[in-house]
Design a protein around this ligand. Sequence first.
Ligand SMILES: Cc1cc2nc3c(=O)[nH]c(=O)nc-3n(C[C@H](O)[C@H](O)[C@H](O)COP(=O)(O)O)c2cc1C
Length: 245
Amino acid sequence: MNSTIETILNHKSIRKFKDTAITHHQLDLIIRAAQQASTSSYMMAYTIIGITDPTKKAVLAEVSGQPYVKDNGHLLVFCADLHRPTKQASEEDFSQMTENLENSEHFLVSAIDAALAAQNAAIAAESMGLGICYLGSLRNNLGKVDELLSLPKHVIPLFGMAIGEPAHGPDRKPRLPKQAVYFENEYQEHDESINQFDEQMATYYQSRSSNNRADTWTKQMHRRFAKTIRMDVTDLVQKKGFNKR
Ligand SMILES: Cc1cc2nc3c(=O)[nH]c(=O)nc-3n(C[C@H](O)[C@H](O)[C@H](O)COP(=O)(O)O)c2cc1C
């Protein structure tokens, strides 16, 4: 196994960081790695905002309700950005572009571009011995984050990423069996492997070193989808000119 695959397979989210900032060199490599990700039609339809202002970090930690948004070696916010690619268009050209720009296709393109860049950043950070945690919790109050970061129209925050020197060693979380996620030629229902995974997860949740409980993956997913979450996201997304048609 090569060291890239080893880094990827050893991934675990880190939620406690040492009180040490990552170095400029580490940050530079992380951002360069993010930028080298593939990007739809060369659009590079994302922006990454590093949060160095402790007051802003504190606001974001309050939005997320998670202390590691504040206590880390660096915090990045990944945004979908359709503003930059259309920035220098004349008023007439821009109004012609708007219908296209604001459709679901380009919402997907910008979110996918941002996610690909983020995952490259994550792997780069982990390859240097740093830990990371993605932060969808910033969407608890998307409007507040949008305002805090002064994002123009056609730019929205998607998620954050806390990075830093790990201060704990959580267990690696199991994944679904390959048969449950990889099919050939057509979609397949593979209940058997999901049942097997539920048994494995029941043991994992009962025996892991912290936060142990009686649970399975299926129960967790059903609980998750049974309650409404972040119903205001659609409104903000559309207000900012994304996913309107
Ligand atoms: C887009 C995205 C958003 C996430 N948001 C959060 C979050 O807000 N808080 C958190 O503690 N973990 C968050 N996570 C981490 C997941 O909970 C974690 O990846 C998953 O449980 C698997 O665990 P592992 O990363 O340790 O393997 C997020 C992950 C992704 C990909």
